[in-house]
Design a protein around this ligand. Structure first.
Ligand SMILES: [Mn+2]
Length: 365
């Protein structure tokens, strides 16, 4: 076990010091290992220590990730399967039909063989049954354990291990694996580094906490190659992505004194550069990243000329949800969306009529 982290008390100290940082989610904290488990109508909440014991007492696990799986879900699944395997247990990951090439290395060594029948199913990073992948449904049996970091978890599993203060589920899995074996090898550390860095946009997003960075440092100590993983996940773009970005940049339109930027992605643009869905992941962040832009809009032509999807990203002074709610959509204060049964040109014109009332007064010209 190279560069193993052996101080199993480190993380609980780390996490406990973060308790109370956000009172609104303190009820979801599962970090106090001395607190007894509590039972809701359907689910029993467990601490990290109780969850470790639960896993220790059982065998034959199938680990489930969510629809459109990201580095957090897949990194958690790979690390948990590896960690349980090292304890001599049988633990596999259910293949997810939507895994993209960027992330498949996280679970490839642990996919369940045909005909594997688990005694227990465990979901990671999955807030509700609506997010189950197509090849797993609740009718496959009740989920035994949900390990998660979403305060919105719908408590669908028999047992829940949840820490709503964590930026990624990877931080929860880290403390669980440390509780189980007191050490991580380099492979598991790499999987969890992928989990943490994915959910924090390589530690740039507002959800990144001091705890996230401490755990990331411990993962690097344990052998995670942050350089290689950052390069793969954040510094590498597919050719299709670069080409579609080129078309988007050259077609940007600006309105209201440069405070509103609109990017349009048509079906013919996608075809012209052979772009896939993976190539346009998070493409809506492009217009809002331009200096001086308060409202960044991405118009996407979907299946026909009269079917388009709109993503609105705003600076804190403009209400993205308000704009989209006027057009039958909605979302969050700074990220919202709506759809139109019209051409992208008509959708753009409808947005331009609604937007002025949401701009700061001096920009409504
Ligand atoms: Mn996550």
């Amino acid at each position: 076990m190279d560069s193993a982290v052996t101080n199993s008390t480190t993380l609980s100290n780390v996490i406990t010091s973060n308790a109370g940082a956000n009172d609104s989610v303190t009820n979801n904290m599962m970090t106090d290992n001395t607190t007894a488990s509590s039972t809701t109508a359907a689910s029993t909440m467990m601490t990290i220590a109780e969850t470790a014991q639960w896993l220790n007492d059982r065998d034959n696990f199938l680990i489930i990730t969510h629809r459109r799986p990201d580095g957090d879900a897949l990194g958690c699944a790979g690390a948990l399967a590896l960690g349980l395997g090292e304890l001599g247990k049988k633990a596999y990951v259910l293949q997810n039909p939507e895994v993209t090439p960027r992330y498949e290395w996280l679970i490839n060594d642990y996919c369940a063989p045909d005909g594997f029948t688990p005694d227990y199913t465990i979901t990671v990073d999955t807030a509700s049954p609506e997010l189950f992948p197509k090849n797993f449904t609740e009718s496959d049996g009740q989920v035994s354990l949900s390990i998660d970091h979403h305060p919105s978890n719908s408590m669908y599993a028999e047992y829940i291990c949840l820490d709503g203060t964590c930026a990624s589920c990877g931080e929860v899995i880290y403390s669980l694996l440390m509780e189980l074996s007191g050490a991580l090898n380099a492979k598991a550390a790499g999987y969890l580094y992928a989990a943490l860095s994915t959910d924090t946009g390589c530690f740039e997003f507002a959800n990144t906490t001091a705890n996230t960075l401490r755990v990331a440092a411990l993962l690097i100590d344990a052998g995670a190659s942050n350089q290689d993983i950052n390069r793969l996940l954040f510094r590498t773009k597919s050719l299709g992505r670069v080409k579609i970005e080129g078309l988007i940049y050259s077609g940007l339109e600006f309105y209201f004194d440069g405070t509103v930027a609109i990017s349009t992605i048509t079906l013919s643009m996608m075809k012209e550069v052979n772009a896939t869905e993976d190539d346009v992941d998070d493409i809506a962040s492009i217009p809002g990243a331009i200096d001086g832009v308060l409202v960044g809009i991405t118009l996407r032509e979907m299946t026909s000329t009269n079917d388009c999807k709109v993503s609105v990203r705003t600076s804190p002074t403009v209400n993205a949800h308000g704009i989209c709610a006027k057009l039958g959509g909605g979302g969050h204060a700074m990220a919202a969306g709506c759809t139109f049964d019209t051409s992208v040109i008509e959708a753009r014109d409808a947005l331009l009529k609604v937007i002025p009332e949401f701009l700061p007064n001096e920009r409504q010209k």
